[in-house]
Design a binder for this molecule. Structure first.
Ligand SMILES: NC(=O)c1ccc[n+]([C@@H]2O[C@H](COP(=O)([O-])OP(=O)(O)OC[C@H]3O[C@@H](n4cnc5c(N)ncnc54)[C@H](OP(=O)(O)O)[C@@H]3O)[C@@H](O)[C@H]2O)c1
Length: 285
């Protein structure tokens, strides 16, 4: 299905690079790899486009968003949320009527994107996260007014190339930003703190860091692969009177779970606030 399409990535930065890499890779479980000649990528800095073609020989690169977008069946908005309206204004008359517009722009709604194009284009808004760089992304997506189930399925296939995908109603996208979008930052703090905990007990730092990261990776993998509730898995490692339950009681006393629940809430509220400020700024300009 993906291999029948031509893709234009407008804003070939880190996220776009991760998704392009996923699309081009062979052997993905549910879809054929996309040919590099079917993918165009644009950004303003020509030297950095050269690096991209070194990594992905055959990829079509250009500093012109219009040249990239013209005739593509999937147009990916992957530059920065600020200034997205200028990018759309530049390309809108060369984007096909039957194109799917996929946005990874944080905080920009499908309604804003549809309005910027000024016609009935299918838009799918997504919120990926940086583990997409290692094919372990968590992406949520939602469809705009003119997006059909087939458009959502196509977008889902694209992001499955770099991790797991969930489809949600748009009003939950700020919450997704607070959970999986910003979540890697919380987990890096956990890995860092666990490392320090090991170092404090005498483990050499590089070894403590590897043990901490692998513990987080392994525990997450057990949750995903067994489908068990995390509380059950926790019970399975807390021997009565043992070490883990002693530590769990300490974490409860310091409010670890409340802290994380509140962190997601704080990031969700900030995401909504940033979207509001951006909209106000674009109306004022
Ligand atoms: N990183 C994350 O965790 C994350 C998560 C979810 C969503 N997102 C969203 O993903 C998007 C990209 O983020 P990123 O982390 O990949 O940032 P990035 O690496 O800075 O990529 C942005 C790219 O856009 C290009 N660009 C900027 N203005 C442009 C224009 N007018 N025309 C064409 N290209 C333009 C930049 O290159 P030049 O300066 O050379 O033009 C750069 O390559 C953002 O909208 C962000 O909200 C990011």
């Amino acid at each position: 299905m993906l291999s029948n399409h031509t893709f234009a990535f407008l804003g070939a930065g880190n996220m776009a690079r991760a998704i392009v890499g996923g699309l081009l890779r062979t052997g993905h479980e549910s879809t054929e790899a996309v040919a590099p000649s079917s993918v165009r990528a644009s950004r303003r800095t020509a030297s950095l486009l050269e690096e991209l073609t070194e990594s992905f020989p055959g990829l079509v690169t250009t500093t012109s968003n219009r040249a990239a977008a013209e005739g593509a069946s999937v147009v990916v908005l992957a530059s920065k949320p600020q200034g997205f309206a200028d990018v759309v204004a530049d390309v809108k008359d060369v984007v096909r009527d039957d194109a799917l517009v996929v946005s990874i722009l944080a905080g920009i709604t499908t309604k804003q994107i549809e309005a910027a194009f000024g016609r009935e284009l299918a838009v799918v808004r997504t919120m990926p996260n940086t583990p997409a760089l290692v094919d372990e992304g968590a992406t949520a997506l939602c469809g705009g007014r003119y997006a059909t189930d087939a458009h959502l399925a196509l977008a889902r296939e694209m992001f499955k190339a770099v991790g797991k995908v969930e489809i949600l109603p748009e009003h939950l996208m700020d919450a997704v930003t607070g959970l999986s979008g910003s979540g890697p930052a919380y987990i890096y703090m956990v890995v860092e703190a666990l490392t320090d905990g090991g170092v404090k007990q005498g483990i050499p730092r590089p070894i403590a860091a590897r043990l901490a990261a692998q513990t987080v990776l392994g525990a997450a993998k057990l949750v995903v692969e067994t489908g068990k509730h995390p509380a059950i898995l926790r019970d399975e490692v807390t021997t009565p009177g043992g070490t883990a339950i002693a530590a769990v009681a300490d974490l409860e006393a310091h409010g670890l779970r409340t802290m994380l629940i509140n962190a997601v809430g704080t990031a969700t509220a900030r995401s909504a606030e940033l979207a509001r400020l951006r909209e106000e700024a674009s109306k004022a300009s």
